[in-house]
Design a protein around this ligand. Structure first.
Ligand code: NAD
Length: 471
């Protein structure tokens, strides 16, 4: 951590509230064994499901206030996602929690050995603003399934959702085990001082470094769910109409503010000339001639992000969209062509409804370009060529890959969700979340008899020979 980052944390904690008593209370409950009980886990997950079902209208309203999120997107990516995740974990938590027997070699006989998942203790979940419900409560479902107590800290940049989470969680979930802390930098910094047993952080890489440095002081393990520039390679043999529709959906849902949205397209000149008009058709079909008037199109989260995104519109030339309205925090679904690889829009994760098309004449060139950058969170390729598909999977390191679509891996419960390198470390979702919040304790039980003399001194030539044979 840099000097300034250390100063940052120290300054912000000077006036920050103290959550030591919250932490100690949760720790005491954890030690009592309450959250470890499978019936408790089952009941909490059921309550989380119920909260999603009963409070759908309020949640939809809060997400609309924060992000202009269309109700269908709120339902699929937030409300039903969290409810479904809780239900999925609930159905399987007994199986996941069972000890897993492993082979005990001759040298260690008679005895038996197994791995026993145990909860980590009291964990901290820090969410980001773009899916403010999902990014706190899906993590919480995993933490509960694994038998932990938890503090959740929703993003202050989605204030309506944060306030609603703070109101609903104590009504539905056990307040002795699960607490919500609202706030921004001072509150998060104060929480980071505490010796949590695990931290799940979702957000950007700069803050991730602050989180990891603070965690290091307590040797707290971290799972970091970050972002990056997720590339989308389109080869000439792709079905371009479907490709255009699927890219437009992945890019412009939630107004592009999705960590796994395709960040930019890499394609050759001839394919670009056919693909871009098809993306224009897909945008019109989804959002009409005036996306600002569409109920299916979201808002930019705040003015700071609006200004940041507006400054990127000067890269290349606007082929589709480009209109904006600061007061309404609206930026039209936009496609930029003629984008140079060193232009501003290609320097950072866009995280908004701007889609640059970067020319790349061959798959080799595209793979080299992607590998020159940080490892992205998602990598997309559209092609009918299985050799190209194989090369992309093998040669492009990224958190998640989808062939011939965008973002759809999120619908698969059994796939882990997480980044690699700059896009994050660790993963969750379903059983992967259960494992993230568990320690696989190695256990061995030995029989009392016989107690062979082989391993005990005095070491003889004969003992040495026998041991070598047993190995
Ligand atoms: P954000 O501003 O909501 O910040 C995330 C969290 O960090 C918030 O809870 C915030 O309070 C806290 N925070 C901010 N500054 C802090 C500081 N100095 N010290 C301690 N805590 C601090 O969200 P963001 O960072 O703008 O999120 C966007 C990024 O997150 C993008 O890069 C996106 O790709 C990534 N993201 C990743 C995933 C994923 O699952 N991998 C999901 C969503 C977003």
């Amino acid at each position: 951590m840099t000097e300034s980052a250390i100063q940052n944390i120290e300054q912000s904690t000077a006036s920050a509230p103290d959550y030591t008593s919250v932490f100690k209370d949760l720790q005491a409950t954890f030690r009592s064994g309450r959250s470890r009980d499978l019936a408790w886990r089952d009941a909490q997950l059921a309550a989380l499901e119920r909260m999603m079902a009963e409070r759908e209208a309020e949640i939809t309203e809060a997400l609309h206030q924060d992000l202009g999120k269309p109700p269908l997107e709120s339902w699929t990516a937030e409300i039903s996602y969290v409810g479904g995740d809780a239900a999925y974990c609930r159905k399987r938590l007994r199986r996941w929690s069972k000890p897993r027997k492993v082979h005990t070699p001759a040298i260690a006989q008679p005895g038996k050995s197994w791995m026993q998942p145990e909860p980590l203790g009291t964990v901290l979940i820090i969410g980001a603003w773009n899916y403010p419900l999902q990014l706190t409560l899906a993590g919480l479902a995993a933490a509960i399934a694994a038998g932990n107590c938890a503090v959740i800290k929703p993003s202050e940049l989605a204030p309506a959702t944060s306030a609603l989470i703070a109101k609903l969680v104590p009504d539905y979930l056990d307040p002795d085990c699960i607490r919500v802390v609202e706030g921004g930098i001072p509150e998060t910094s104060a929480l980071l001082e505490l010796p949590f047993d695990h931290i799940l952080y979702t957000g950007n890489g700069v803050v991730a470094r602050i989180v990891m440095a603070a965690a290091a002081k307590n040797l707290t393990p971290v799972t970091l769910e970050l972002g990056g520039k997720s590339p989308c390679v389109v080869l000439p043999d792709a079905n371009l109409e479907t490709t255009a529709r699927r890219i437009a959906w992945g890019k412009f849902s939630n107004a592009g503010q999705t960590c796994i949205a395709p960040d930019y397209i890499l394609t050759d000149a001839a394919t670009e000339s056919k693909l871009v008009p098809l993306i224009g058709d897909a945008i019109r079909k989804m959002y009409g001639d005036d996306p600002q008037a569409s109920d299916s199109y979201g808002q930019i989260v705040n003015e700071r992000h609006f200004d940041r995104l507006s400054s990127l519109l000067g890269s290349g030339h606007v082929e589709i969209g480009g209109q904006s309205d600061r007061e309404a925090r609206y930026i039209a679904p936009t496609v930029l062509c003629g984008v140079a690889r060193d232009s501003a829009v290609m320097q950072e994760e866009i995280f908004g409804p701007i889609l640059p098309v970067v020319r790349s004449e061959t798959l080799d060139e595209s793979i080299d370009f992607i590998r020159d950058g940080d490892k992205p969170l998602a990598g997309y390729i559209f092609t009918k060529d299985s050799a190209a598909e194989r090369r992309f999977i093998e040669e492009v390191s990224c958190g998640n890959t989808c062939i011939n679509d965008t973002m759809m891996f999120m619908a698969v419960d059994e796939l882990p969700f997480g980044g690699v390198g700059a896009s994050g470390m660790g993963a969750y979702s379903g059983e992967h979340g259960f494992r993230t919040f568990s320690h696989m304790k190695a256990v061995m039980k030995r029989a009392w008899w016989p107690d062979l003399a082989l391993r005990y001194a005095p070491y003889t030539e004969q003992k040495f020979k026998t041991l070598r044979r047993l190995r």
